[in-house]
Write a protein that binds this ligand. Sequence first.
Ligand code: NAD
Length: 478
Amino acid sequence: MTRITVAKGDGIGPEIMNATLNIIKAAGAQIEIDEIEVGEKVYLSGNTSGIAAESWDIIRRNKIFLKAPITTPQGGGYKSLNVTTRKFLGLYSNVRPCISLHPFVETKHPGMDIVIIRENEEDLYAGIEHQQTDEVIQCLKLISRPGCEKIVRYAFEYAKVYGRKKVTCFTKDNIMKQTDGLFHQVFDEIAVEYPEIENEHWIIDIGAAKMADTPEIFDVIVTLNLYGDVLSDIAAQIAGSVGLAGSANIGEECAMFEAIHGSAPRRAGQNLANPSGLIEGAVMMLNHIGQTDVAEKVQNAWLKTIEDGIHTYDIYKEGVSKQKVGTKEFSEAVIANLGNNPTILKQVSFAKDAVLKLPKYVKKPAANKVLVGVDLFVHWNGTNPNEIAKKLESVKLSNTDLTMISNRGIKVWPEGFEETFCTDHWRCRFKPNDGKTIDKGHIIAMLSNAVAAEVDVIKTENLYEFDGKLGYSLGQGQ
Ligand code: NAD
């Protein structure tokens, strides 16, 4: 018996949750439920996080959370409960299977059967943003080795346990050589441990285009947070409908399962909504808690019901569907099909005791880290890089030289192009001129010089080498 936390959410949430719970209980799920209130009511009571402190206690105690969609009220500084839950509980892995149900649900991609595994905590979603000059705002893209290792290992373990043949990594490491480069490097390192699973890497732009065109050539896709966010919605949509997909958010301790769609308030309370997305979320939950036989039974009954042409309004199609039903009737049809298998759609068979082996991250020994320069970022309203280079003469020290100025990444000094558009945000790189390293005292001295010379430094970035490997990017064109 597993104790789980359930939130029925807003809009169509309670209807699809009741339908889902009825199905999994009828299939024999060994669960006990603690229900909590999250969402609109909690937000409107003045709690901007949408969840009460006592509810967190229950979620953390039970560790398994099945959540219906909620409505986030417009305006008023309400925080997204999904984002908070993922971050607080360390749910680093977002798993979204997207499978075509052709010919029963219309899709241009009848052979599609992919799983997108998206890193869930890092990347631009750290939400660290700063306005630095009149014209420039920065958002920090943070990528960590533990973050990469955990998600990539999850993808390979998932492939192993669910009998998948290939894992594809999508990054943009031809441009972001350090951040996306690390993700790709970790992918290559971990892939070696799984020789039985094919692996490949695609640059995200062409990879995404290929996925939208011929998704059947992909199997498991692992990628960074932002790319995964965009790709997984596209994948769900081209598989047939966002109303049919579920997702799992997995952490080292806790896990949350849900449908990918929202609370569809206009459809609420009318027994119209399709519960399939949440049913799919619940199937992933049952697999996660080791009740694979129940998961298999529910999934096959659900596939059979779709195959029988028993469809809710959103997927109903004259000539293909046999019966248009409401949420409740759909769930009753799935229950009646428990024990039956689809004959045209592919029947699932989940490995018994299928548990992903996910070792905790082991910290690596610290590298030899050497400070080899500094970038001073300067707010300056001029346009000619030679002028700012001249101003910076009084900032450098006897042992440092200005080696490069870039503007939005492109080198503009020395030997820039007049055609390059420059904004008011200049990266000015100083490096030691005596072949040695610098120390933090040198940086402080340069900052003092900048204050004296009225050079407006808005931030600094230290330039390091780690075990002799460059820990920073060169200027574009450098
Ligand atoms: P939505 O997913 O609720 O609806 C988009 C469209 O799909 C609508 O036409 C809707 O009727 C239809 N639809 C969605 N789910 C369906 C289902 N199960 N059966 C049949 N039709 C379905 O997206 P939205 O309208 O942009 O957002 C509505 C609310 O949901 C917003 O408050 C939003 O913040 C919230 N939301 C919550 C979650 C979540 O809790 N995980 C996710 C997305 C949106």
